[in-house]
Design a protein around this ligand. Structure first.
Ligand code: GTP
Ligand code: MG
Length: 426
């Protein structure tokens, strides 16, 4: 899973990235602070409790494990994650984030960081567009004074949202126009399949699958129902096609950042195709840093935190923390974990499954308990999952065994969120 962070310069993409991944990156109040893309891993809480909760209950009731102590730092979790972590049965799973250079109008024609940066988005499954909800920067990211009237703020945010999708559409359009009339001559011999193959060839570098291309093309056809001579399609038709393909390949969701400075009610007036979540990336970064320095106890996505050791903090630190506490309580969360969770699990419809080698103990070959948590598309079946674990497991697939029911399942078994599965292969 890979999510790209996009937007005009100076909106807080790198702040969001750093808050979500705890990677150190350059952040500054001027445009084009970031040039080379930053890639990192954000840890997202699985929606269901880690299966190590059931395992613990079972071991406790069999008398093989005593209940967790009050000071257990893992609050009962007994799994051994290879990546991520698990405390109080809240399993954190990885999601890649890419923070790219700011995008300005005309980027698809090479303005600003232009096409090079667009290529940095290849293979992203979805995009989160970070926008300046406070309207404190112009379209090129230069600081201005924050909007004081709702109408101005709305039009600034709307312009930001509209230009970005247009740039991405134009980027795809550019790739299509490149060799359109020659490429689609295939249609004469291959029919519609010829167009789909051509599109797939053209866009494969972006990480597009035939499934997404086909979906995009179907959507396009519902708006333009004439594929008799596609080699004659003019720019406006290709633009419509590019837009529909872009929506499939790069769905965009909105992180309305700097919401700490935004006018209230402004987001209700804004139109976007995806979800819109108010965010305070700045605060999330401060909280995550304070948490990793041991100053506070703050759980991902939470509406509150506790100060660990007041005696060791100076007056300024305490004041800043208390201010954040108040703000956080009033808005519910900083929005950073929330938008990643919603994009990953609701919009991209992914689930978390736990492959194991021993269906009884829920361990791998080394006896590690539930070491792997895979984030996979809803609807995935046992055999493709086996391939994700290891190509040998896929090639030699015999059957799966459900770790809960101990029933054997075939290659076509559709996994459920939270499944524990043993895979037998030759
Ligand atoms: N008030 C407020 N400021 C923020 C927030 N998030 C980021 N900022 C500030 O916005 C400015 C730009 O942040 P960056 O993260 O560097 O922005 P960027 O989008 O990566 O910028 P480029 O790399 O130049 O495209 C910095 O001064 C941040 O401190 C927020 O939630 N609230
Ligand atoms: Mg940046």
């Amino acid at each position: 899973m890979k999510i790209g962070l996009v937007g005009k310069p100076n909106v807080g993409k790198s702040t969001f990235f750093s808050a979500a991944t705890l990677a150190k990156v350059d952040i500054a109040n001027y445009p084009f602070c970031t040039i080379d893309p930053n890639v990192g891993v954000a840890f997202v809480a699985a929606r269901l409790p880690c299966p190590c909760k059931e395992l613990r209950q079972k071991l406790e009731s069999d008398g093989r494990l005593s209940p967790p102590l009050d000071d257990d730092p893992r609050k009962g979790s007994i799994c051994e994650p290879r990546t991520g972590s698990c405390v109080e049965f809240k399993r954190l799973v990885p999601c890649y984030l890419v923070d790219v250079a700011g995008l300005v109008p005309g980027a698809s024609e090479g303005r600003g960081r232009g096409n090079a940066f667009l290529a940095d988005l290849s293979n992203c499954d979805a995009l989160i567009q970070v926008v300046d909800a406070a309207a404190s920067t112009d379209i090129e990211g230069n600081p201005t004074s924050p909007a004081k009237e709702i109408v101005n703020a709305v039009s600034s945010i709307q312009a930001e949202i509209d230009f970005l999708s247009l740039e991405l559409d134009n980027w795809i359009l550019g790739l299509l126009e490149d060799s359109w009339s020659r490429g689609v001559r295939r249609v004469q011999s291959e029919g519609e399949k010829g167009i789909l193959n051509f599109l797939h060839d053209k866009l494969t570098g972006l990480g597009s699958s035939m499934t997404l291309i086909t979906k995009g093309f179907e959507q396009f056809k519902s708006q333009h129902n004439d594929s008799t001579s596609p080699w004659d399609w003019q720019r406006d038709v290709l633009q419509l096609l590019a837009k529909n393909l872009r929506k499939q390949l790069f769905p965009i969701h909105i992180a309305a950042n700097k919401s700490d400075m935004a006018l209230s009610g402004v987001l209700g007036e804004v139109n976007a195709n995806g979800i819109i979540i108010p965010c305070m990336a700045d605060m999330e970064l401060a909280l995550r840093r304070a948490s990793s320095a041991g100053m506070i106890d703050y759980q991902l996505g939470s509406s509150e935190f506790s100060i660990s050791d007041e005696a060791n903090l100076n007056e300024k630190q305490l004041e800043a923390l208390n201010k954040m506490k108040e703000k956080l309580a009033s808005v519910g969360s900083t929005g950073v974990a929330e938008i990643i969770d919603k994009v990953l699990f609701d919009q991209l419809e992914h689930i978390v499954v736990y492959p194991v080698q021993d269906e009884g103990q829920w361990t791998d070959g080394d006896g590690k308990v539930l070491p792997d948590a895979f984030v996979v598309p809803q609807g995935i079946t046992a055999k493709p999952l086996a391939y994700k674990v290891h190509s040998d497991l896929g090639d030699g697939f015999i059957k799966g065994v459900d770790g809960r029911t101990r029933r054997a399942v075939g290659a076509d078994y559709e996994l459920n969120n939270g499944d524990v599965l043993k895979i037998h292969s030759k």
